[in-house]
Every structure is written in C-alpha cells, then in structure tokens.
Design a protein around this ligand. Structure first.
Ligand code: PHE
Ligand code: FE
Length: 290
C-alpha cells in the first residue's frame, strides 16, 4: 500500500494526487547520460521491431536523445496532438489515483532515472520506462482513447466489480507487453518491451514464447509474471479492433470471470489462435515457409 505520509518524508512537496514537480534542472550529467545510453540503444533495436505508431510518436514528440525530456514542454506538444499530458510522480501511485489520472488524460511518469548499473532491469518504473515506453503511444489518437477508457474502466472495476485482478491483466498484456500483427510482420507496441533491449529482441525473434492472437476473456484469465521475460505475448490485429473489443460494458464479463479457470503464463489452450508465421521477418526469410 502506498502511504502518502511516508512519501512526504522524502518528497515534502508531494500533492494529494501524488504528483510532484519534475525539477528538470536538478538532474545531473550522469542522469542525463543514462537516458542517452538507453535512448540510443533502443533506437538501434526498434526500427522494424516497434510498430510505426510508436516510432511516429517518438518523432512527433520531438524526443531528444541526449537528455531526459522536460515534462511541461513535452506535454504542450502531446496535448495538441491528443489532449494528454504527463505528470511527475515519485514512484508507483495507488490504483485509484492512477486510474483517476488516466481518466483525465494525465499519464503519471516516474521522476527519477535508474542508476548506470541498472540499465537492464529496475523494479520500479523510472522515467525511461514511463516516458520512453509509454508516452509515444499516447500521441496516437486511438491508443490515447484506449488509455482514457482504461482509466475509467479501472475506477469501475475497483469500485463496482472487485475485478481489478482481471482488468490489470488486460493492461499487462496490451499496454505493457502487447504485440500487433502488421502486413510486414509482428511489431511491438507494449511499453515494457520497447523500453528493454533484450526483450525487444526476445519478444519477436526468440522461438521460446507463445504469441497468441488477442482474445479478451482469455487475456483476462491469464496470470502474468513480473520478474522475467514473458512466456506468452498476445497479438492484436489493430488498435481500432482492440478499442472495439474493450469499449463494451465489462459487467457481464466480470461476472463470468469470477468463476471458471485461470491460466498460467505459459499455457496454450486448444482454442488459442497461435501466431506462427511472420515472427522472424526481421531477420528475413530464414524459414522455408512458402
Ligand atoms: N469497457 C470497460 C468497462 O466496461 C472499460 C475499459 C475500456 C477497460 C477500455 C479497458 C479498456 O469497464
Ligand atoms: Fe509501464
């Protein structure tokens, strides 16, 4: 449980909505250097791996490789595109607070950046994961609407349906770890993947994980692991299709989900539609399917 009073010890200026000022002027050379290193290596692996919508978002936001973005400036750009802004937070915020921000088109971004010895893994999302991973997709109009709808749905799941566990799986397997099938092959849009070099390669090119076409109820019944690469990814066909699937009322679905099976992260079900071709298009024609 996140305790505001405890956080006040470290961040006396924290507001009731858990936001703080970014204090961009306080980042040091080493902190900007971590951003620069991470940005550079992701921009090396992401062309032809991340979906065009993500890469266009990076362009549209005018993200600069050399330093941590200034939230106010980036928000002014983003707001003109889709009405979203980013706000600085010290660390993870409580669920209800997170959903309230999303529902108002505000994306909470961790103010701090990982240390140079933590380039590949951190437990708590920092500005690189939150900003680089999440914000470019918010420049896409349909995804922007999806995130707002998720925030509103989160408040409903929390207050009316006690179904947060199920809804959080949808977030995990789309916003954080989603893949999308494009005519040119599978592409990444999930922030947890695009902010990790090793998983950006693994998610598309490793023969190990399952890549299963998105099915809402299947996803909401599937547990996830937070401490290793995913054993299964879910593949959407388009952002419009994802929006259409999720925009309907989840009331009846939540009732159904209260009973029945849940699945382990690596399970494959007879009803699954597994994506088998095109995962290796990046390396190009290495398997002889014709
Ligand atoms: N349709 C969901 C509900 O009825 C809300 C939602 C929309 C959740 C989009 C996630 C994404 O609560
Ligand atoms: Fe995230």
């Amino acid at each position: 449980m996140v305790d505001l009073d405890a956080l006040r010890q470290k961040h006396p200026e924290i507001r009731d909505d858990f936001t703080i000022d970014q204090h961009w002027e306080r980042y040091g050379v080493e902190e900007h250097g971590v951003w620069k290193t991470l940005f550079k290596r992701q921009m090396e692996v992401l062309p032809r791996r991340a979906c065009a919508e993500f890469l266009e978002g990076v362009q549209k936001l005018g993200l600069e490789p050399d330093h941590i973005p200034q939230f106010e400036r980036a928000s002014d750009t983003l707001e003109k595109l889709t009405g979203w802004r980013v706000v600085a937070v010290p660390s993870l915020v409580p669920d209800d607070n997170f959903f309230t921000h999303l529902a108002a088109r505000r994306f909470p971004v961790g103010q701090f950046i990982r240390r140079p010895d933590q380039l590949d893994y951190i437990e708590e999302p920092d500005v690189f994961h939150d900003f680089f991973g999440h914000v470019p997709m918010l420049a896409h109009p349909v995804f922007a609407d999806y995130m707002e709808a998720y925030g509103k749905g989160g408040l409903r799941a929390l207050t009316q349906f006690n179904a947060l566990k199920n809804l959080a799986r949808l977030y995990w397997y789309t916003v954080e770890f989603g893949l999308i099938a494009k005519p040119e092959g599978l592409r990444i849009f999930g922030s947890g993947i695009v902010s990790s070099r090793a998983e950006s390669i693994y998610a598309l090119e490793s023969p190990s994980p399952n890549r299963i076409f998105f099915d809402l109820e299947r996803v909401m019944r599937t547990e996830y692991r937070i401490d290793d690469f995913q054993e299964s990814y879910f593949v959407i066909s388009s952002f419009e299709a994802l929006m259409e699937e999720t925009y309907k009322d989840f009331g009846a679905l939540y009732k159904r989900l209260a009973t029945g099976p849940s699945y382990r992260p690596g399970d494959i079900l007879p009803s699954d539609h597994v994506h088998t071709s095109g995962t290796h298009t990046y390396v190009g024609g290495s398997h002889a399917a014709a």
